[in-house]
Write a protein that binds this ligand. Sequence first.
Ligand code: ADP
Length: 746
Amino acid sequence: MSDAADRDQAPTAPESIGVLTSGGDAPGMNAAVRAVVRSALKAGITPYVIHEGYRGMVEGGAAIERATSVTVGGILQRGGTVIGTARSDDFRTREGRRRAARHLVERGIDALVVVGGDGSLTGANLFRQEWAGLLAELHDAGDLDADTVQRHPVLKLAGIVGSIDNDMFGTDMTVGADTALHRITEAIDAIHSTASSHQRSFVVEVMGRNCGYLALMAGLATGANWIFIPEHPPETDDWRELLQRTVTAGREVGRRQNLVIVAEGAQDRHGEPITADEVRRVLAEGLGEDTRTTILGHVQRGGAPSAFDRNLATQCGYHAVRELIAADAEDEPRLIGIRRNRIVASSLMEAVHRTQAVAERIAERDYDGAMALRGESFAESFETLKTLVRASPSRELNGTRSLRIALIHGGGPAPGMNTAVRAAVRTAMDGGHQVLAVHGGFPGLRDGRIEELDWMSVSGWVSHGGAEFGTSRRVPGPAELGDIAANLADHVVDAIVMIGGFDGYVAANVLHAARHEHPAFDIPIVCLPLTISNDLPGTELTVGADTALNSIVGNVDKIKQSAVASKRVFIVEVMGKDSGYLAMSTGLATGAERIYTPEEGIDLDGLRDDVRQLTDDIRGGQRLGLIIRGEHADRVFTTSFLWRLFSKEGGEDFDVRQAILGHLQQGGDPSPFDRIYATRFAARAIGYLVDQAERGGGASAMAGLVSGKVAFTPLARFEELLDPDGARRPASQVWSSLRPIADTMQ
Ligand code: ADP
């Protein structure tokens, strides 16, 4: 595996690159095609889009279209694949592949980016292996001259996985899976609201023949009571009774809703399918109440791609072109994907083989083997889900070793706060600990607004936006510390979980720093990163940012659509304070012409160039211009300043409108991604605290994602990890690698 971003250009750049989408369609494929075309153009390579997958390649003619930047304009937000996909039996034959090869070399295409599933990538690899032979046959038949054959000795190949199932090795996420989770979560949230009004049970079938990813993550994101996945069949043959008992116990403790998620390929330990209908029958018989089945089917594939899928696909498309430029003739084909939050290139065929190995393990009923191949975080998520859905704590409180853990919010509200609270409460109580809620953030702690929670007090919170306990940006001053310490001592608090943003981290640090004067503060404090701004040290991403990003991107899509009558430039201001994450990610996901971030600032010369460029483009025929400005991008060049400047320069040629999106960015129900991370961080934070207590230690920490894994960084390092110039953001931010990609896409 290599870091895709590190490879430099080599002189063996291909003459022309073809890009196609193949197999099942997946949302986000358009972003990949757009990125390949624009990256190729920037590198001086001619791009071609190949319509209808391999079928178009075999047919040739108009199906292989020379692309310009305009060919792929306006497609980023569209679902499916605008260049079409198809299954092709002809391509499975050597004769078909020979015709395909001829159609490619005739146009000078000797490098391909294939966006598809494992079938499509296997086909592509075979085609690449046969390439020289196919060209020789075409030469022998008089269809190609010797010079053409000599100029294209190899076919270079890069693959990007487009699949809603998230079923491929070589990438932690396939393009389309996050959007599918959005569709599933929206549908289940809607079902939940009707289910809890009627005390009904629902069984929902989701896609995934060999992969339980969608079922498992949808289970975490919606608080399902039970999931059935192919890799991990129920442990016993008595699963029907067990399911009935669990659901009945849930009803007894006041749970109003039951939801069971079944993956398409779910089975029992003997390999017999477990269908949604059978689960429905088991529930109806066990509970004697109305039970309904919903098979989500193609809804899961549809709709506009999520912000994550757009940006993942864009990054993969960009890096695929770089790989093709850098590859030597004898280099193996590469798969471009995301591993541990970084875009990487790995061996395409190894990924295909390992993917097929999971299906084989399941077919052989080696479920432990299948689960092991899925990796650590899949297994960890499965265990977390099992804890969260229990009807009541599995262990009785045990006076001697149980901890009293206080949960508190700090900083601005962020979607996912309630989700994190629910996971923290349930994980702690499941381990025999007591949980206290502090209402109203640190001022609430000063005033003693503390309440003990029970298991059902957080029922249904997985999907609720906002912060039920309330949050505050206020950082306690020296005069308040005495009261805070007294309240912690009165309630015998052993540990604190602070779930919030920058000011919450600062407040936690104030307590931590004063632990020598106030012994009540000498307890472990863990901070969970919950803020839309993604501006915290100790983590590569914060919970809440994905929800905000999706809400911004959805709104910018609508703003763009409103420009039907006249030529228009929009200047959209987004939140994020001193971090440009939201601005940059929004810009990438909406195809903005310019993105202004606080990290880079705005200077007069740059602004003059930008005004001139955009004015020229629009006078030259472009209909729409989009500028994204982070709220703290510059003190002087404010959004209204930009608006006046562009309006003056645009004159009669175009309208300029500004939109300051404001607080809608902090609201809304959390996205699936934010629910999953809120849950994982909270569950791990409780584990960390229990660990500390068992070791007799009291180390405070910031929980977060570091190189794609949940990790704990000492709280004492908070300040040291911040920007040295005093901005409220970390000194190093992984997403800064997006800038060259955004520039290439313009
Ligand atoms: P997916 O890429 O989503 O797994 P399929 O398995 O249906 O979808 O593959 C899509 C297309 O890729 C097929 O219709 C066929 O043209 C081509 N293909 C798949 N497997 C092979 C193979 N072993 N040899 C040649 N072409 C293949």
